[in-house]
Design a protein around this ligand. Structure first.
Ligand code: B12
Length: 252
């Protein structure tokens, strides 16, 4: 346990914990990504860097290899795409409290972090979940431009709307236009008084940043060319037509 903790700390991960995940155990780690405020940005901060799935998997694989070398243990790495609820695991591993925006609020990184974990059959002693809760100030609920948090309906969430394929309703078009985002939404995080805006210590989240996209970046690219150029970016996963549609709305 101590060796594993030291190994994780040496990777530069300073917020992690352990909990049960079904019949197994999880080593849950936070990956802070906030790289600073960019005024004329039209995409969410979480998509500025290389796709976080790629960055985080590099770390998780190292931790998984360490566990495998420690004995005959099995491991499986997860970030985002997973049979588990990442926020619930983060909470159980003592890494924060859950805000009314539904996100895990950590003492050092607020909500500006991703949650990644290694599930293993190596027994681990469980961390203690935090007792506190969010301030219940309701600022996230009041400021959510779609009313998604009030209605507890994430199909309305601006982040969801910018990521969904196909034709949008008039209300959805208005939502994108009024809030100036062509991918993702950070409003319920930016207004949270418990949030922290500490710059990430993880170098990969600070380099090769794209903070603004425009139609001319994608127009004329075949799907194959688009993939080759942007497949390592989190904003590209729904394809170029979704981005062009959103950018058209912002340009109209
Ligand atoms: C689908 C999804 C979305 C959807 C739907 C969001 C939603 N909340 O349902 C959309 C596209 C809208 C979305 C948006 C965003 N997402 Co998202 N999303 C996911 C994903 C893949 C699954 C979430 C889910 O559907 N869970 C299942 C449903 C049924 O859960 P639920 O009922 O809502 O469960 C919640 C409650 O139980 C709540 N809860 C409330 N009180 C309590 C008390 C206790 C004790 C417990 C245990 C739980 C609990 O916590 C649960 C988690 O939300 C997770 C990754 C994962 N595998 O978990 C990332 C994840 C939640 N997303 C993440 C991020 C970063 C975002 C955005 C900030 C991105 C952006 N800037 O646009 C926004 C934030 C919007 C918001 N306020 O939630 C991060 C959050 C990290 C963090 N700090 O908390 C996650 C964890 C991915 C990751 N691995 O880092 N997301």
């Amino acid at each position: 346990m101590k060796n594993l903790s030291n190994f994780i700390l040496n990777l530069g991960i300073d917020r992690f914990g352990f909990c049960k995940a079904g019949d197994f155990y999880a080593v849950v780690m936070l990956f802070p990504y906030y790289s600073g405020k960019v005024d004329d940005s039209n995409i969410s901060v979480y998509t500025y860097s290389e796709d976080y799935h790629i960055i985080i998997k590099r770390y998780l694989e190292k931790v998984a290899d360490f566990i495998k070398l420690a004995g005959k243990f099995n491991t499986q790495i997860y970030v985002d795409v997973s049979p588990y609820n990442d926020i619930e695991l983060g909470f159980k591993a003592g890494l924060g409290v859950i805000g009314k925006n539904g996100l895990l609020i950590n003492d050092k990184y607020g909500t500006f972090h991703f949650i990644g974990y290694v599930v293993t059959d190596m027994p681990l002693s469980e961390s203690v979940p935090l007792k506190g809760e969010c301030l219940n100030c309701n600022k996230c609920i009041k400021n959510c431009p779609a009313g998604a948090l009030k209605d507890k309906d994430f199909t309305k969430c601006l982040s969801e709307v910018t990521q969904k394929k196909g034709k949008l309703s008039d209300d959805e078009i208005k939502l994108i236009k009024e809030n100036g985002s062509s991918f993702g939404c950070d409003i319920c995080q930016n207004v949270c008084p418990m949030n922290k805006f500490n710059i990430t210590p993880i170098e990969d989240f600070k380099v090769n940043l794209v903070t603004k996209i425009k139609s001319s970046d994608f127009e004329g690219l075949s799907n194959k060319e688009f993939k080759q150029k942007y497949q390592n970016r989190a904003f590209s996963w729904r394809g170029k037509n979704v981005l062009l549609r959103n950018l058209d709305i912002l340009d109209s």
